[in-house]
Each structure stands twice: as structure tokens, then as C-alpha cells.
Design a protein around this ligand. Sequence first.
Ligand SMILES: [Zn+2]
Length: 219
Amino acid sequence: MVLPNNINEDGRWYRQLERPAVYLTYDDGPNPSVTFPLLDILEGAGAAATFFVSGYAMLSDMHVRCLREIDARGHGIGNHGLVHERGCCPRFSEMHDRILDKCGVSTKLIRPPYGDRSIALPYMSEESEAVGFLWSALFHDWNPLDVRLVPAMFPKCLVPGAILLLHDGFVPGNAYTRRDQVISLTQLIVDNCRMTGIQLKSLACEFQNSYQSPHVPAN
Ligand SMILES: [Zn+2]
């Protein structure tokens, strides 16, 4: 599905950017069995992405190690909330502090669960530097997907400034929890961008003033 272009209400919500690159974004992780292979694909292609991580997916040491690896390999980390339930407060502030505690990243990039901007408003008003990102295209990859059909969407999806929504993790309530299809989906996107000369960049790099990665803790 390709959504209408560019919302930028009060300068802090983006669905598409007026820049030449394409922005891969992954929600609901980290999910070590999927996220680590994704990092390898991205590294092999010289591509960067943004991972909007969920508190639900930060429970074990391995998940935290995965989070640190995302940062260490130069990708952006965004806040997808501590809680991921429809209509519930995502508790962005607590999630911000958890990310900071676990990997030393103070992110101002946020994406509300289900793209529900209304539940992000309290945080946006408290934290004036928070910048919200939705997406210009998604692939319904929280359901089983015939990845072979996806390249037909590329002419509309892979356009300058596009923000693509994919899922490396899953959250309570997802009926389908396998996410390995996102690995082949990412490979297809990366290959297509390489062929067409499109750069894949991290939102964090484009919004330096809204993102600081001061250090990675020693332990
Ligand atoms: Zn989500």
C-alpha cells in the first residue's frame, strides 16, 4: 500500500521527506533472530536504516545486545513506546530512558504504535524536541507475505524521500509472529536500490539535532 504524500503537521510529523534518499524503518524489535541478519544485509550493501524499538522486545540480555549492535553499526534507534497496545499510553518517556540506559542513545525519533498520533501528543508536548515519523509505504509484513509480489510495488514505493515501514519484531496481539520474511524483503529492497542508485539512509543521520549517541556503555 502506498499512502498519500508528506504530512508535516507543526513541523514534527513526517510521512515523507524532501530528500533524495529512501529510509528503511523497522518496528517492534529488536528481535535477535531477525535483526542480526538484517544488520548483515544492510552492512553488506553500505545501507543504513532506523529501528523503532518496543519495550516489549527489550526483555533479555540478547535483546539488549542486539539493540547495542544496531547503534554500533551506525543505524538509527527510534522510540516505539514501552507499551504497544491499542488506545494505551505508549509511555514514551520511560522508553526513552530505557533505551538511554541500555545503549547510551538519547533518541528524539518516535513512532507511535499503530501510527496513532493522538497517543503521542502528551509526549510531544512534554518533550518539545521529539520528532514523529510515520511512513509512506508499507508491505503488511505482519501477515504472511508472498515476497515475490513485492518488487511490482517498487516503482511507487522506492521514490526519493520515501519512508518504508517494515517489522523485524512482533508484539502481543500479533496473530502471526514469524518475521523471517522481512529478511528476504529487505534483500530485495537493498538490491533494487543498488541497481537504481538510490541511497538508503538512517533518519537519525538526517535529524542530527534530534538524536545523540554519546557513548556505548562498557557493560
Ligand atoms: Zn508497532
